[in-house]
Design a protein around this ligand. Structure first.
Ligand code: MLT
Length: 262
């Protein structure tokens, strides 16, 4: 492929809460070295209110709002695969629910990592409201202390990945993270999207993920029974398993992308 040719496949990679698009640096590096296959290009946008996003934070970041933002940044004309980790997965499902007839033929696959398709129950919604208030009152440090052991398994701690996670956490403004929490609290159940899926689906999950455990990915894989191909991939690691174990994840992702291209 020369630089003037369009990429053969665009991987739209959506980030977790309360991180940013830098978490997908490993995908960009893998694509640049050809590890994801010929002509794969990666777009990993920052959701509103952080990083390079031109959009200011709002009071509530509904997943549908973030999906609309992301759709506006999707380059024209290219076939694409949507991928999201945790909150990025919630946004991915909203994005698929909103694909119009112009975009639907260009969608070639869905990858959900350490994510879920169900809505929060009342207790979960209440926990998010408390978390949003605590973030606004106390900032990001206490949330980082609580979530770091959930994000990274003990063997993944102490190195460059932990440093990156800390950097992204603390770069996120409290108002942005609180708006994300309020938006996640009101997200709908999206098993309907999985049930109607007509493209290949990969659900990847860390075997030690305390936030979205493997049983949740199993439910999503079961729900996608109409899709032409469904793969459940269990990785070692916790909530950021694909980043903790890229040596296991990236070769599997490449095979999946090859399949998406048909
Ligand atoms: C994330 O990693 O994006 C969060 O754990 C999502 C959530 O709070 O449900």
């Amino acid at each position: 492929m020369t630089s003037s040719e369009p990429p053969a496949l665009r991987l739209l990679a959506l980030h977790a809460f309360p991180l940013d698009g830098r978490m997908w640096g490993l995908l960009k590096a893998a694509a640049a070295s050809g590890q994801l296959g010929e002509g794969v290009a990666v777009t990993a946008p920052d959701f509103r209110g952080r990083g390079a996003s031109k959009r200011a934070a709002g009071p509530v970041h509904a997943m549908s709002l973030l999906a609309k933002d992301v759709l506006e940044e999707l380059p024209d004309g290219e076939p694409f695969v949507v991928m999201g980790l945790s909150m990025g997965g919630y946004v991915a499902l909203e994005l698929l629910a909103r694909l119009g007839p112009g975009l639907r033929p260009r969608l070639k696959g869905l990858v959900l990592c350490d994510s879920r398709a169900n809505a929060d129950d009342d207790a979960g919604k209440a926990r998010r409201a408390e978390s949003a208030a605590a973030i606004e009152a106390d900032g990001m440090e206490p949330l980082l202390a609580k979530m770091l052991p959930q994000f990274l398994a003990p063997e993944s701690r102490g190195g460059a990945l932990e440093q990156l996670v800390r950097t992204m956490f603390l770069a996120t403004a409290p108002a942005t993270a609180a708006a994300d929490q309020r938006g996640m609290a009101e997200r709908p159940d999206r098993f309907d999207v999985l049930g109607a899926l007509t493209v290949p689906f990969l659900a990847a999950v860390g075997d030690d993920d305390p936030l979205t455990p493997p049983s949740v990915s199993e439910q999503m894989a079961d729900a996608a029974g109409n899709a032409p191909f469904v793969q459940l991939l269990t990785l070692p690691g916790a909530h950021l398993a694909p980043l903790e174990h890229p040596e296991e994840f990236l070769p599997k992702l490449r095979l999946f992308l090859d399949r998406c291209r048909g």
